[in-house]
Design a protein around this ligand. Structure first.
Ligand SMILES: Nc1nc2c(c(=O)[nH]1)N[C@H]1C(S)=C(S)[C@@H](COP(=O)(O)OP(=O)(O)OC[C@H]3O[C@@H](n4cnc5c(=O)[nH]c(N)nc54)[C@H](O)[C@@H]3O)O[C@H]1N2
Ligand SMILES: Nc1nc2c(c(=O)[nH]1)N[C@H]1C(S)=C(S)[C@@H](COP(=O)(O)OP(=O)(O)OC[C@H]3O[C@@H](n4cnc5c(=O)[nH]c(N)nc54)[C@H](O)[C@@H]3O)O[C@H]1N2
Ligand code: SF4
Ligand SMILES: [Mo]
Length: 876
């Protein structure tokens, strides 16, 4: 079929909570092209590098195509009956609280609704929790304490209209890139100032007016100082304070806190306070540097206190703004995905709410107490209280704190079901039953973004093999457990309209969440649904919340909370002198089961790493490109050292993305103990303590191969290239026969080997060919191998001679590591443009090479290169 004749379909990006609209066109051969939807209110046509590469991650080679029971392919009928029987038997013997679901903020609202209905209304337990516990729980708790509901008061337009944007624990340039582009646009047009509050210098700091590199975990003390100053200077809004209670106590607590614990100079703190106080239109954006903390809820309330005290909430260009991480993190909160919530922002602990939901569902039961939150849930699995567990659309064996222990617990659980699009994940490998789910481009439903826009995700590709949508799998298990009519859904439209109707019921309780205006959609209007921002009630409601109070506590007033600084639970000590911070990189999504399939995205940062300050590196005998052993009592990791003053002395930073599939010794959550915030239950994922030392490797290696490898060595880390894979390697002990070792790692027993060896110096270059075509090559030396890795990765399929030279021939230009993932422009190409062609601005480089002109998320790095080369880029 001619691809261009297929229609373009409106959908939503698979990745972050910005929720960008995309236009997808199937190419008729199983692939698709993607461009930004110019009409979508989140992005107006823009996409970041990850969104632009969505077309590269729809391949089927890694997909799970059929159900598996005990490692054997099974029919759907047998697999689903087995799941239903095991859950029913377990409940019959041990009660409803002996089973649990662990789900995901990446599920569609319809999937989430069915999972929640099945567990809470029919199984009769609240043991359903979601990875949003690791992500948004502190915000949810903070919002509920202050507002009485989990409401994001503002909108994205506030970022366009603000005069000051404060990013607290948010690396927006990399994690919400399209939103960050909106902020930079505002900076251009109205001079919006940017402050970044982050212990680490990130890409988001490059355009910032102020970077406050505070001590990890000290945000409460900083915002308490701001509140104390607001009170002291008489800069609060007395009129607005009549909509609140708790101001005096909050100020008293704030005054008692010592801002010195932030490690910032008094001048820095006062400059920040002056700027915040002096700018009415201020949006304080916060993300995981706030939430993922043992004082996460208090951090959220410390921020909300300042906005409530000044009435800077619910008006254009101002407000506290929690940006959501996953594409449907917001939808999951609305639909009751957390163990302590019911759908439509109703509370499990409120008898009237429970009764209303139970009645609406015509459900036999409904739990009257919250279920187990993620960390407690996996502890209950470990201790044997949970005997049947269903994990859907998340990879907890990698991303939960204390990940080694969580993996063991899942493995030991008497019955574990995993629904995923691939069997190649650390969690899927532990399952008793594996169920193939349709992926992003193959399924229909809705998601809600950070801005409360509900957007449709639409199927444009056929379901591969026997894969089925998550809602459909869940509903059929519900029917097979005996609840036919409650789970008799034909399509997602039916589920959505039921949910919208439930929101009318919920509105009896005067809640914020209202989509009752959508309850009457029929199948075709659901199919055509354009993005819509809630509330969408039967009557028109304002777009922003709380401009004139109207909070959801029984007295209608907001709460200012007295909060006090608490340092992170783990303390550094001589044995574990470093604070380990963790987070994301620009071009990978979580455990890389999708973004890792794109060679373009994999080129940006191809290996797991540890950022460490130059002084610390020197003191601990670490040189550039060394491997570091990172340890604490919870676990260990081996990571490539990146020496940089972006991190402060005494702190190290590592990304979260690598797994047993891509770099088994770099699973960072193996080093994160399961300490949680006492209010929200959210883990402290960014503040463990570790020791760092040089890995005493006997050899280092670099390999390229057509097929993936999983060698049994102390360190390996693999990534995709256009022609196959590249793998970094290292080992503690000498290898006797490199040629044989290479053949076995690459699974190329029959290949011809060309070897260039210098055993005295410990260097080996081995090319393995089949019919004179290069299948794989291995480079070994006693020191970290300096090679033209990007060039070598292109030689797969050629003759062996080229690769053994180890560097590019004179007529081939080495572009260096990729900087602009959208256009595949390398660092060396950009440097050449700066040096030889005398280009001196990000714009000029964009005009010449295209770099930085699509998603813009590499612009800070281009500016960095300019700065390093003496071309100071004037802020855009
Ligand atoms: N490229 C990419 N984008 C993503 C994702 C992805 O995997 N890849 N995931 C999405 C998801 S689910 C989420 S939740 C978001 C997360 O988005 P962000 O929260 O922006 O990302 P993180 O890198 O986890 O952490 C943000 C920053 O918190 C800082 N930090 C650590 N400790 C503290 C502290 O005590 N105080 C303060 N103020 N800051 C601290 C870290 O140094 C880090 O720079 O990203 C979303 N977008
Ligand atoms: N140390 C540390 N740990 C962290 C964080 C951190 O900053 N630091 N961040 C935390 C945060 S904020 C988050 S959100 C989590 C994310 O952690 P996870 O949710 O565990 O990570 P993902 O890789 O997004 O897992 C999604 C899984 O769903 C599968 N999948 C994809 N599409 C579908 C589908 O349509 N249906 C089904 N059934 N499966 C599908 C994917 O293949 C993948 O296995 O990590 C948390 N862990
Ligand atoms: S910012 Fe990027 S990852 Fe996030 S929704 Fe938009 S295109 Fe997707
Ligand atoms: Mo997240």
């Amino acid at each position: 079929m001619d691809g261009s004749s297929l229609p373009e379909v409106r959908s939503t990006c698979a990745y972050c909570g910005v929720g960008c609209g995309v236009l997808l066109r199937a190419d008729g051969a199983g692939g698709l092209t993607v461009r930004g939807d110019p009409d979508h209110p989140a992005n107006f046509g823009r996409l970041c590098s990850k969104g632009s590469a969505l077309g590269e991650v729809t391949g089927l080679s890694h997909r799970l195509m059929a159900p598996h029971v005990a490692g054997q392919v099974s029919s759907w009928d047998a697999a689903l009956q087995h799941v239903a029987d095991r859950f029913s038997d377990t409940i019959a013997k041990h009660g409803p609280d002996s089973v649990a679901f662990y789900v995901s903020g990446q599920l569609l609202t319809e999937d989430y609704y069915v999972a929640n209905k099945l567990m809470k209304g029919f199984i009769g337990s609240a043991n359903i929790d979601t990875n949003s516990r690791l992500c948004m729980a502190s915000t949810v708790a903070g919002h509920k304490r202050a507002f009485g509901t989990d409401t994001v008061p503002g909108t994205y337009e506030d970022l366009d209209q603000a005069d000051l944007v404060v990013l607290v624990g948010s690396n927006m340039a990399w994690c919400h890139p399209v939103l960050y582009q909106r902020v930079l646009e505002a900076r251009k047009t109205r001079g919006t100032r940017i402050v970044v509050i982050d212990p680490r210098r990130t890409a988001s700091c490059d355009q910032a007016d102020m970077h406050l590199a505070l001590e990890p975990g000290s945000d409460v003390a900083l915002f308490n100082r701001l509140l104390a100053r607001l009170a002291q200077d008489g800069q609060t809004d007395a009129g607005y304070l009549t909509h609140t209670v708790g101001f005096d106590d909050a100020v008293k607590a704030a005054q008692a806190d010592d801002p010195a614990v932030t490690g910032l100079s008094p001048q820095e703190i006062e400059d920040f306070c002056n700027l915040w106080i002096g700018t009415e239109r201020v949006v304080t954006v916060f993300s995981q540097g706030v939430n993922q903390s043992s004082s996460g809820s208090d951090k959220v309330n410390a921020i909300l206190n300042c906005h409530l005290a000044t009435g800077r909430i619910g008006r254009p260009g101002m407000g506290p703004f929690s940006v959501t991480g996953q594409p449907n993190a917001m939808g999951g909160r609305e639909v009751g995905g957390l163990a302590n919530m019911l759908a439509c922002h109703l509370d499990i602990e409120n008898a009237m709410h429970r009764q209303a939901v139970q009645q609406f569902w015509n459900a036999p039961t409904i739990p009257d107490k919250p279920g187990l939150k993620a960390v407690d849930m996996f502890r209950a699995v470990e201790e044997g209280q949970i005997k049947a567990l269903w994990i859907i659309h998340t990879n907890p064996a990698v991303t939960m704190p204390d990940a080694d222990r969580v993996s063991k617990a899942i493995k030991a659980c008497p019955f574990t079901v995993v629904s995923d699009i691939t069997a190649q994940t650390d969690t899927a490998r532990l399952a008793d039953v594996l169920l193939p789910a349709t992926g992003w481009a193959e399924k229909d439903g809705t998601v809600t973004n950070s801005d409360r826009w509900i957007s449709r995700q639409r199927a444009v590709l056929a379901a591969p093999g026997q894969a089925r949508p998550d809602w459909d799998i869940l509903a059929e298990v519900g029917r097979r457990m005996g609840w036919q009519s409650a789970f008799d859904y034909q399509d997602p439209a039916e589920i959505f309209t039921e949910y919208a109707a439930l929101s009318s019921v919920a509105n009896r309780f005067e809640k914020d969440f209202d989509i009752s205006g959508l309850a009457g959609l029929d199948a075709s209007s659901y199919a055509d649904l354009a993005p819509v921002r809630w509330p969408v009630g039967k009557t028109r409601k304002p777009e922003r919340f709380f401009r004139d109070g109207g909070f959801f506590h029984p007295d209608g007033k907001a709460r200012l909370l007295p909060v006090t600084h608490r340092p992170p639970a783990a303390r550094t000590e001589p044995k574990f002198p470093f604070r380990l911070n963790t987070g994301r990189v620009r071009d990978q999504w979580h455990t890389m089961t999708r973004s890792g399939l794109s060679p373009r995205l994999s080129a940006h940062l191809a290996e797991p790493f540890l950022e460490i300050h130059p002084e610390d590196a020197r003191r601990h005998g670490l040189a550039a490109a060394d491997l570091a052993e990172v340890r604490n009592p919870t676990g260990t990791a081996i990571l490539r050292v990146r020496i940089t003053d972006a991190v402060a002395p005494g702190q190290v930073f590592a990304p979260i993305h690598w797994t047993g599939e891509t770099a088994p010794s770099a699973r960072i959550d193996a080093l994160v103990p399961s300490v949680t915030d006492p209010v929200s239950g959210q883990p402290e994922s960014k503040a463990s303590v570790v020791s760092v030392s040089r890995m005493k490797a006997a050899w280092y290696g670099f390999a390229i191969s057509q097929d993936p490898i999983a060698p049994n060595v102390d360190y390996w880390a693999a990534s995709r290239t256009d022609k196959g894979f590249r793998t970094e390697l290292a080992g503690y002990s000498q290898v006797q026969d490199w040629e044989e070792t290479a053949r076995s790692w690459f699974g190329l027993a029959e290949s011809a080997a060309t070897v260039v060896a210098d055993p005295a110096r410990g260097t080996y270059r081995i090319a393995l060919t089949v019919e004179n075509r290069l299948k794989a090559a291995l480079f070994v030396s006693r020191e970290p191998v300096a090679l033209m890795r990007d060039y070598l990765s292109t030689t797969i399929g050629n003759g062996p001679e080229q690769v053994l030279v180890g560097r590019a021939p004179a007529d081939v230009e080495d572009a260096g590591p990729t900087l602009c993932a959208c256009f595949g422009v390398g660092v060396k190409t950009i440097l050449k443009a700066i040096e030889a062609d005398q280009l001196d601005s990000v714009e000029a480089i964009g005009d010449a090479l295209g770099a930085g002109t699509n998603c813009g998320s590499c612009r800070p790095e281009i500016a960095d290169l300019l700065a390093v080369h003496g071309k100071v880029e004037t802020p855009a």
